[in-house]
Write a protein that binds this ligand. Structure first.
Ligand code: UDP
Length: 407
């Protein structure tokens, strides 16, 4: 069980009191959050920590996961892709399936017991139409994806539902939409310093995890931890590795699990494997398809450089996780990543297509321990200051109080 008081090492006593005060004002109120998976991907990662921590300070928050079949998640992944800018069309049948699944979930779940509802991402977005029990019940839409340049038709479709909410929450200023009739607020996601994913690990446990996956530390490790998703560009990461490897002996690890709400994962994984087989450096690349928070934690700690070569990114939790462990990150200069990394200070940023740029800065880091240490320290400080759970709790508690405060 996570406890806010255990955050004393990272945040001030005043912040802890402020959180507890805001929580107290919500006594008797019931809140629910809905998303589309309890495992795999950033939203599940956040809710697995945020919901227990809010409950621990006395706020009654429930978490529900929308259920649907494979074809529903096929449609919602397509929608996710279109909102991130991939040209794609939706048939009437697909739209019908999307709405029907939401309708069935609304009928099976009683939302009248809640004083406030938070819906995460497009999968359960239309619930506002089918499950809202009174116009007075605030509904908040939390969009986690990068909507810098969505396909217009797809945006217009989701916009008609987002407009029914009281407010939309996004991860970066760039995602504000001038054509929405509701208020929009930026709240940055956060990581849990106390979780298995992020807490300090004893050397014995790190070594055990490395041994379980036959990982040797004889060469520096470059790593990208990500779902197997085209937006994370895993093949681009191998291309970058090939450039680096030609000049500096190192190894690459791609670690990724499959998420229940992302049916494309297996296909992308297969494409990556196929691409890798043609690489002259394939013996120094390890692809691990596995879900294990302690393994992720251990690998983020022993890696020399973390890569996040996303083409679009709402906010890369994975980047904060690496920076918190003092592992410098070389990432794409897109979406929410721009608030996470200050280029040249606590990491490096490049345009997603700039393979050479990625490779050059990775080499700089491989060759210069003092630079790694300096960036590692700066990165950890940045995450502690801006992107830990208590800050996220404060932001949500302020929002809840704005709508529900007992005074
Ligand atoms: N993650 C994980 N194992 C994996 C891949 C990802 O535990 O194999 C976690 C990762 O540690 C992070 C989250 O999933 O907490 C990914 O969040 P991010 O915001 O980086 O990307 P998203 O998947 O939400 O697009």
């Amino acid at each position: 069980m996570f406890k806010l008081d255990d955050y004393r090492e990272f945040i001030s006593a005043e912040t802890i009191s402020e959180i507890k005060n805001l929580a107290q004002k919500l006594s008797g109120k019931k809140i629910v959050m809905v998303n589309s998976t309890n495992r795999g991907g950033g939203v599940a990662e956040i809710l697995n920590s945020l919901v227990p921590l809010l409950n621990q300070v006395g706020v009654d928050v429930e978490w529900r996961v929308i259920t649907g079949d494979e074809s529903f998640f096929g449609v919602t992944k397509k929608m996710h892709n279109a909102l991130q800018g991939e040209q794609t069309e939706f048939s009437d049948l697909e739209k019908k399936l999307y709405l029907e699944t939401n309708k069935v979930f609304a009928a099976d779940n009683d939302f009248s017991v809640y004083d406030l509802v938070v819906i995460h991402d497009p999968q359960p977005l239309p619930l506002v139409e089918f499950a809202r029990t009174s116009v007075k019940q605030p509904w908040i839409f939390r969009l986690h994806i990068d909507v810098t340049d969505p396909v217009v038709k797809a945006w217009d479709f989701v916009k008609s539902y987002i407009g029914k909410y009281n407010e939309m929450i996004i991860s970066h200023e760039d995602f504000r939409k001038p054509d929405l009739p509701i208020p929009q607020r930026v709240i940055a996601p956060a990581i849990n310093a106390l979780s298995e994913k992020n807490r300090d690990l004893p050397d014995g446990l790190i070594n055990q995890k490395l041994a379980e996956h036959s990982i040797a530390l004889d060469k520096p490790i470059l790593i990208q931890v990500s779902r197997f998703d085209k937006w994370k560009d895993p093949i681009g990461v191998i291309r970058v590795f090939e450039k680096v490897k030609a000049r500096f002996d190192c190894q690459l690890i791609l670690l990724g699990a499959l998420a229940d709400d992302d049916p494309e994962g297996q296909e992308i994984y297969d494409q990556v494997q196929k691409f890798l087989q043609k690489s002259q450096y394939k013996d120094d690349v390890k692809i691990i398809l596995f879900h294990d928070s302690i393994l992720t934690n251990a690998l983020q700690r022993v890696s020399t450089v973390a890569i996040q070569k996303s083409v679009r990114e709402g906010f890369g939790l994975i980047i904060s996780e690496s920076m918190f462990k003092k592992t410098p990150v070389v990432a794409s200069n897109v979406g929410g990543i721009k608030t996470q990394i200050a280029d040249g200070i606590n990491g490096f940023l490049h345009e997603p297509a700039d393979i050479e740029g990625f490779a050059d800065d990775i080499l700089k880091l491989l060759e210069d321990k003092a630079l790694r240490d300096k960036m590692g320290e700066a990165g950890r400080r940045h995450v502690i200051e801006h992107f830990l759970m208590p800050r996220l709790m404060l932001n949500w508690l302020n929002l809840f109080n704005q709508y529900l405060s007992n005074g």
